[in-house]
Ligand binder design. Structure first.
Ligand SMILES: [Cu+2]
Length: 133
């Protein structure tokens, strides 16, 4: 009797091991399958330019984002992504960039807290606000 039970237990153990191996194989197949699906999502990530910290872009004749909040002492970078030139001009005359061609950048360090309005000297309807805390 005891040997008979042992034999049964072994058969059960072998059977479940086979099932485990099969499901492990399936699991492997399932985890490898979605991989190509994730690729386009990862490639799309660099397009979220608006979320770059301390940076403002000129794109499609707009500042992006139009409102940016930074801490005092922060250097803000503007980058023109358009094929047309843009400038960064402060309403109060604190700073004024040269004409920025495509992919050109301009930087200004905001030392004092306050609300700084800017516009493009070439396209004055392009406006944005930098809030310095
Ligand atoms: Cu412009």
């Amino acid at each position: 009797m005891p040997t008979n039970l042992k034999g049964r237990a072994l058969a059960v153990a072998l059977g479940s091991a086979a099932i485990l191996a099969m499901s492990a194989g399936l699991g492997f197949a399932q985890t490898t399958m979605p991989m190509p699906m994730q690729m386009p999502m990862k490639a799309a990530q660099p397009q979220t330019v608006a979320s770059t910290p301390n940076a403002m872009f000129m794109k499609n004749f707009n500042f992006t984002p139009t409102e940016l909040t930074v801490k005092a002492g922060t250097t803000v970078t503007w980058k023109n992504l358009d094929g047309e030139p843009h400038t960064v001009v402060n309403d109060a005359g604190l700073f004024r960039s040269a004409a920025l061609d495509q992919d050109d950048t301009y930087q200004f360090k905001f030392d004092k807290p306050g609300v700084y309005k800017i516009f493009c000297g070439i396209h004055p309807n392009m406006r944005a606000t930098i809030t310095v805390q």
